[in-house]
Structures are given as C-alpha cells and as structure tokens.
Design a protein around this ligand. Structure first.
Ligand code: AMP
Ligand code: MG
Length: 397
C-alpha cells in the first residue's frame, strides 16, 4: 500500500515514458475534437492579416484629434470585407466598422460613441481622448505567417478547431485512438439490458469507464462480464490483451472471490502498486503484463470513476499522445466545515458554485446517485482531520 502522492508519482513516471500508441492520421476538422495533434497548426498568413479595427468608429490620426478638438473631414467609409483603397492624411477621418482593415495613414480608431458628427465633419466629444494605436490590432499581432499557432501534443478543443479553421486547415493530423479494454468482474453483475434479480447489480462500471475513455479521446472495448472464477477471468483477460490498455473493475479487494490480482500474477504480471491510501479507491492496483499496462480498479462505482481520473488518465493521455494529461485540480473556498478521519487522502463528491465548494451528502463509494449530483471532488489531505469553513481547499475537477 502506497500513499496517494507515491501512487501518483509512480503512474506519472510510467506515463512519461510512453508515447502515442497509434500513427497520426489526417482527420476532418470536426472529427479532431478531443484528439491529440500530431503536427502543429501553422498560421498560413499573418493574423490578423491586416491592421484590424476593434470598434465601429472613425480611423484617423491621434495627433489631429488631440489638437484641441479641431474638426476632421470624413472622406469615406470602410466596411468589413471592403478592400482598402483610401488613405488617411492629416485632418481627415474615414468611417470604419468593427473588423474592417484600418487604412494607411490612420493610427487610431475613435469610437462612434465618442464623437460628434455633423455631415462630413467630426469632433471628439468633450472629455474624450484617443491614443495612437487605440482600437487597432496590428497586422500579425496574434500570430506571424508560418508561426506555430497550435503546438503538437495539444488536445483539440473548440478554440483550436476555430483557430485551425481560421488558418485554412480543413483537416488536421491527429494521433489514432488507443483501444482500451474494459473488464467488469463480479458474479453479482448483469448487463444493463437484463432485468436484475433482487440480489443482482447492473454493470454500470463498464459504462462509466467507457464514457471516461471516450471523453479522454480513446476507444472503449467493452468485454463480457468476467465471473469470479479463475478460468473464466483468465480467458477474458487474455482477450483484453489484444488492446492497448486494460482496465478491470472489481475483484481487487481482500474478499475470498477477489481474484484479479491472483489471476494476473499467474499470467506473469508485475505490480507497481497494490493499494493506495485513498478513499474512495483504496484497493486500486497498477501493473504491467508483457507490454500491456493494466489497472485493477475497485468495483464500487464511485471508486472506479475516481481512480480512473487519478491514475488511468495520465497513462491513457500518454497513449493518446497527450503527455501532460492528468487529474485537474483547482482551489476553492470551503463553504462549511468538514471533519474526517485521518490517514487517507479523501475525495468527497462536492458541489462547486461561484468559487465556493461544499460536499454533497452521500452514502459512500457505492453512491452513484449522490455523485451524479456533484460537479467536483473535495480533496482532503491525509493529515487533516478538520477543514474549516472559509478555508481555501483543493478540488478535483
Ligand atoms: P468489488 O470491488 O468486486 O468488491 O465490488 C464492490 C462492489 O461494487 C460490489 O459489491 C458491487 O456492488 C459493486 N460493483 C462491482 N462491480 C460493479 C460494476 N461493474 N457495476 C456496478 N457496480 C459494481
Ligand atoms: Mg467483486
């Protein structure tokens, strides 16, 4: 049994040695969402490609306007999309719309709200001023032609889709999705489509894991439920070894029918840790069988999900080509006091709103219903029996 910090370090150490499992493929822009970029997106031209007005107003010379509110002559108008043919000289102004190219000779844009206009003449309103450069984004200020605008290894989110579109990339080169085997173990389990007997439980872990795998940009492979019986479990583990990463749920505690470690060991597995000082998720195991990494995740549904976030994500991220992937933590203000027993790092389902966080009441690590009403986990360090109201605390997002 290792501490949470030690377990995280071990996982990170292995993840850092992994590289993307599958070769890059050219992929249609919208299909790249959540995938990892294998080749950088380059700016195909300066961004913006011309000095861009950020306001509706008048392009002119700041020095002219500053000179005691002298009137300027309005000599034309430019809309977004117009090619620029006009030049602005001393004492002149050109009407301009947001997003339009600022004409040569002008060094500022005065907002339309800040001027008084009388037909073709224009004055700055009393009390207003304008500085050179105001309301203009210079050509190339966002990116120079040829510069890396999204680096390799970036996980594509909507902002990167937008920037790639702006650079004319209808396709991007992204790494292939690793395939991740999901093996739920337990004689009490039935598939979601089956009607459970009163003593049976639906196999929800295969779904939570599949959803987490999909969200991580990988491909889940849901295998049949493994019975708590050596031969059957071994047969399903062998099938799981046809994928890139193996996740097992259940069967890693100390019970008489918890056979996962035993079967993996008999197949020649090495273990990097068997158990971490956390709650939920204490029985979690991490190891390798041949060239396959595997995780044995505890079967309690919240434990399964939390241990995925904490430990599987960094390894899966690396197999996707996203080497920095891992649990995301943030700080928040604790809304009301929390008392726990020391010794374990705890992850309590909690509700975060406006920077304030409060644990939701729950029935422990089997309580999916309460967890589904949470939007983060409050992290309680192993040596802190009491977190006071108003304290700054860490949350797992
Ligand atoms: P285990 O880790 O095998 O001792 O499982 C702990 C408890 O988690 C079991 O008693 C079940 O109630 C629950 N459980 C195990 N596997 C699953 C699963 N695949 N889906 C939903 N609940 C599960
Ligand atoms: Mg079990």
């Amino acid at each position: 049994m290792v501490s949470y910090a030690e377990a995280s370090r071990i996982v990170r150490e292995h993840a850092d040695r992994l590289v993307a499992r599958h070769a890059p493929q050219p992929t249609g822009l919208l299909d790249t969402l959540g995938r990892v970029l294998a080749e950088p997106v380059l700016a195909d031209r300066d961004q913006p490609p011309f000095p861009r007005s950020t306001r509706d107003g008048f392009a002119c010379r700041a020095a002219d306007v500053a000179a005691a509110g002298l009137p300027l002559e309005v000599i034309g108008s430019i809309r977004a999309g117009d090619p620029v043919v006009i030049e602005v000289s001393a004492g002149k102004a050109v009407e301009i719309m947001t997003g339009a190219p600022v004409p040569a000779g002008a060094d500022c844009v005065v907002m339309v709200e800040h001027v008084q206009r009388d037909r073709d003449t224009l004055r700055l309103s009393p009390g207003r001023s304008v500085q050179p450069g105001e309301n203009i984004v210079p050509m190339g200020a966002e990116a120079r032609a040829g510069a890396v605008i999204v680096p390799r290894g970036t996980r594509i989110s909507p902002a990167q889709v937008a920037v790639a579109a702006a650079c004319g990339s209808a396709e991007l080169s992204v790494f292939g999705r690793p395939r991740v085997a999901i093996v739920a173990t337990g004689d009490e389990l039935v598939e979601v489509s089956q009607q459970p007997q009163p003593h049976q439980i639906r196999n929800s872990n295969s779904y939570s894991l599949a959803a987490q795998i999909l969200a991580a940009g990988a491909e889940p492979v849901r295998l049949p439920i493994a019975r708590d019986e050596r031969g059957h479990l071994e047969g399903i583990i062998r099938r799981a070894l046809e994928t890139d990463l193996v996740l097992l749920s259940g069967g890693v505690s100390m019970g008489k029918y918890d056979l996962v470690e035993e079967v993996l060991l008999s197949l020649g597995a090495e273990f990097f840790f068997t158990g971490a000082m956390i709650q939920p998720g204490k029985p979690v195991v991490f190891g390798r069988l041949g060239k396959h990494y595997f995780f044995g995740l505890p079967g309690n549904p919240v434990s399964t999900m939390v241990t995925f976030s904490l430990f599987v994500e960094p390894v899966l991220g690396a197999l996707c080509g996203d080497s920095g992937r891992g649990p995301r933590f943030a700080q928040a203000r604790l809304a009301s006091e929390v008392q726990v027993k020391t010794g374990l790092t705890r992850f309590l389902p909690a509700w975060l709103v406006d920077g304030n966080v409060e644990p939701v009441s729950w029935q422990g690590s089997g309580d999916l219903a309460s967890t589904s009403r949470s939007n983060c986990f409050l992290v309680v360090p192993p040596d802190q029996p009491l977190l006071g109201a108003g304290e700054t605390v860490t949350i797992l997002l």
